[in-house]
Design a protein around this ligand. Structure first.
Ligand code: HEC
Length: 153
């Protein structure tokens, strides 16, 4: 039993070692795919949070988890726009890499807004939660307006 556990652990360590190697040379396709996964995660959390904030579903404390998901996915925005990864049907505009300061500001705005939303959720005041939610949504749309080809969702 103990031996088997040790074997499983070694397996996990080996897998981690491998994934670090792979990450060092992420292909443009995988970088894009990963970016879309993060965006999809942001969308899932913000949609679920929106329905909760609007009272369309019972609030059983799930806002805390959605806020945490938004904060952690937004925290990855700095690293998911690998140069050259606007491949296939990517909607990432060249402006992302041509105007890095402006893009970094749009990233920071969203990160700050997700953290503010998380704080408002922790505070529990529904007006503050609603205001922070709207501000966060604007910061998604603001970046999409300037740096995304189509904004259809
Ligand atoms: C700093 C810029 C930026 C911020 C902030 C941002 N996005 Fe995006 N988002 C993009 C870009 C650029 C794309 C297009 C990526 C591509 O196609 O390669 C995108 C794509 C998407 C997509 C489409 C994914 C797909 O499968 O095609 C969704 C959904 C999305 N974003 C949701 C969100 C939500 C929700 C937020 C806020 C919580 C957000 N985004 C914040 C830049 C941003």
């Amino acid at each position: 039993m103990q031996l088997r556990t040790a074997g499983a652990l070694i397996g996990i360590v080996a897998t981690l070692g491998l994934s670090v190697q792979v990450a060092a040379e992420t292909s443009a396709e995988d970088a894009k795919k990963y970016r879309l996964s993060i965006m999809t995660s942001l969308k899932g959390h913000i949609s679920a949070a929106s329905m909760t904030v609007r009272g369309l579903v019972d609030n059983n404390g799930q806002l805390v988890g959605h806020a945490a998901g938004l904060v952690s996915s937004a925290a990855e925005l700095n690293s998911i726009f690998q140069e050259g990864s606007a491949v296939d049907d990517s909607e990432a505009l060249p402006a992302i890499w041509e105007q890095p300061d402006k893009f970094a500001a749009a990233v920071k705005k969203n990160q700050d807004a997700t953290v503010a939303f998380q704080k408002a959720v922790a505070g529990g005041d529904s007006d503050a939660i609603g205001a922070a939610f709207r501000n966060m949504g604007k910061s998604c749309g603001g970046c999409h307006d300037d740096f995304r080809l189509e904004d259809d969702d």
